[in-house]
Design a protein. Sequence first.
Length: 575
Amino acid sequence: MRRYTGLPASAGIAIGPLWIYRPLQVKVGRQTVPDVPAEWARLQAALTMARTQLQALEERARATVGADEAAIFGAHQLFLDDAELLKGLSELVESQALNAEAAVHDTFEHYAQALQSLEEEYFKARAQDVLDVRARVLRCLQGQADAGAGQPTQPAVIFAEDLTPSDTIQFDRDMILGLCTVRGGPTSHTAILARGLGVPAVVSAPIPLEDVQNETLLILDGTTGEVTLGPTLAELNLAKQRQADWQAQRAGQLSFAAQPATTRDGHTVEVVANIGGADDARQALAQGAEGVGLFRTEFLYLDRDTLANEAEQTAAYREVFQVMGRRPMVVRTLDIGGDKTVSYLGITAEPNPFLGWRAIRMIRERPDVLQLQFRALLVAAGETGADLRVMLPMVSSLGEVERARELFDEASAALRAEGRALPERVQFGIMVEVPSAAVLAEHFARKVDFFSIGTNDLTQYTLAVDRTNERVAAMASPYHPAVLRLVAMTIQAAHAHGKWVGLCGELGGDVPAVPVLLGLGLDEFSMAPASIPAVKDAIRQWTLPESRRIAEHVLNLPTAIEVIEYLRSQQPPAG
């Protein structure tokens, strides 16, 4: 028996045989070709085939896991349309008569190395995406199947050094008991897709794959991050009981998911969903969502060469609003920055994209982008009667809010002058994800209708930890007392001015955090749809006095570990 501890990435317990995924290595020859036009045509055909495969993967991901996860493959398609990459390929094939395989290898390698040379870990991770796309194009050139290194022949826990999005989505869902990788963090593509698929997952597990064998029996706990190879009979029986209990609990939670989230002493809070499109909205309703606390609109700006016009944007918003009906609809305005290069917006690669020109900071140079989005949102809400709540991301100063409000009012006035139907009332709020917004929350509360706390970025910025960097990802805990104090400060300031507060970071969907957030006075919990039944169930177990006692205690603890250990020791009040 061997036991390893990695980072929990997707909750649940998997019991079964181990199957190691080893991706095929594509061999690349190097030669001068006699017929350059034919070689260039062969490369063009391979690029077209790769694009078709990625489009199919995007559709498969959209159908099986959701729009946010599907966007990963949309981003991969952008590499195939990148002007610099295509220019490099053309130079090597058409000008130097190099064979297509070598041209693809060298051009993509150069692009990946440029990303890897940057200090920002996010770009290093994107370099792996570039290499993933390169491998796909090479396979297309050599006529290899898209299935990589095959599929497990029986349901298994899939082990790998790392898994690309292409690797993960290709597996038959019925054959995946769980996922375990040696590399990666809780926010990696493996973790995102695992949660979307609803399978337990552990990442950053220090397991020497060369020393393990296929079909080894194991237990994987996606809640604790623990992986046990060759468990004893006693451990196996205990794990089976825990697995059965967990599955029964999930079924019970789902059966009551449509009921309100009311504490045992009668206090009701809203539980809503984070979504990225109409498919996510439908899934959210099926899981018991009472509305939307975060509608990500970036999908409208990616995978294209020009800005979506008002009609296109309006149609996309209208579709989601119609799915949600009159339920609360919090829409985050454009949040794209240097981590996603969008040339037509003037967004280029930056050394520190998470601290750079992104989101609301684009307002000075490109006010037209935000004003166009405001118009489309207002028109779609006016047509559908949606309960629209517009939310600005990455706000750090009052001036940004004031300028955005001016643009919003101008858009409203222009539409009214055109005789367009407008919603009766629109709420206007901000995300609190930059520490300065939390520290100055009492001033922001006078300017807006609501706050939504984005604990993923708030944690990153407060602790100076890049949550995409696997070497420090474990340090990025939203349970850190400094982060929780900023959450408390924000809620207190908002309530003092009669404003409501939501939370749309991953903390909102974490069951252990429920009594803390209740005790701090949070009004709205927003999360991935799959988390809604469990969080609603947890809210119903607590009373406000007990939650307030727990919240007060954790705010005075010095470390995240002590906060987590304390919360694990707490149980809802009996009776």
